[in-house]
Design a protein around this ligand. Structure first.
Ligand SMILES: [Zn+2]
Length: 234
């Protein structure tokens, strides 16, 4: 079931306060129109009663697709740190596991921090691709192009819809401006090679991306920190 909650919100334009019903969870099998609203950036969007400004409110959202047995938590990191979110997340996962009826297969659970990541992940899953394989490709592309694609500044987003039979299309997004500034093509044949590597040796990929947040940039940035700490102690 989808669930809503009432929030008292303040308009960022004119400071008018009003109540708004925002979605806390959406079940896209029961209400596919909510998935459409999410894709079109209309979900949890409010129009101010006073000045008619339209703005989106980013609250934690649970995306549930029972047909694919997947739960994606979107936990916006605008209010609390990612470490706090991850702690909170571990706790709620334990509760979920404890609450599952015996013999029921637990859903695949993923975590994302912004809407763009959520939409990208939904497309990846619906295309029958594996997000660890996609992130592994991003990981190698960043690592091979450190000056053009520094992970601290640039984000790669797979564009499933515009990918072709021959090439996967990645958008390069500048994190500071949030603009999509270029595209990068990656041969599908190479994707299949990485997919085979994953199937032959999943533990290497799971070590690199243990989840629930599977993200090449985060893995690369953590490695950079480790490397610099290693240098300091020498
Ligand atoms: Zn207003």
């Amino acid at each position: 079931m989808s669930a809503q909650k009432t929030y008292s919100i303040r308009c960022p334009q004119c400071n008018h306060t009003q109540n708004a019903e925002l979605y806390e969870s959406i079940n896209v099998a029961q209400q596919p129109e909510l998935k459409k609203a999410l894709f079109e950036n209309r979900l949890n969007r409010v129009v101010c009663e006073a000045c008619k400004a339209s703005f989106r409110l980013d609250k934690p959202l649970l995306y549930h697709d029972p047909d694919r047995n997947i739960l994606i938590h979107w936990m916006p990191d605008n209010a609390v740190s990612r470490d706090e979110i991850l702690d909170e997340f571990d706790k709620s996962m334990e509760e979920l596991r404890a609450a599952l009826p015996e013999g029921m297969e637990p859903p695949r659970v993923r975590l994302v921090f912004d809407r763009v990541e959520l939409v990208e992940l939904i497309f990846i899953i619906e295309a029958g691709m594996d997000e660890r394989v996609v992130e592994y490709i991003k990981y190698t592309v960043h690592a091979q192009n450190p000056s053009r694609l520094p992970p601290a500044k640039k984000q790669l987003l797979l564009n499933v819809q515009d990918s072709t039979a021959d090439d996967l299309l990645f958008a390069i997004r500048d994190l500071e401006t949030a603009e999509l500034e270029d595209i990068l093509r990656y041969p599908r044949e190479a994707y299949r090679g990485v997919q085979k590597m994953y199937r032959d040796n999943p533990s290497e990929f799971e070590e690199l991306f243990p989840g629930p947040y599977i993200n090449a940039r985060t893995t690369l940035l953590a490695e950079e920190v480790e490397d610099s700490e290693g240098e300091d102690t020498q």
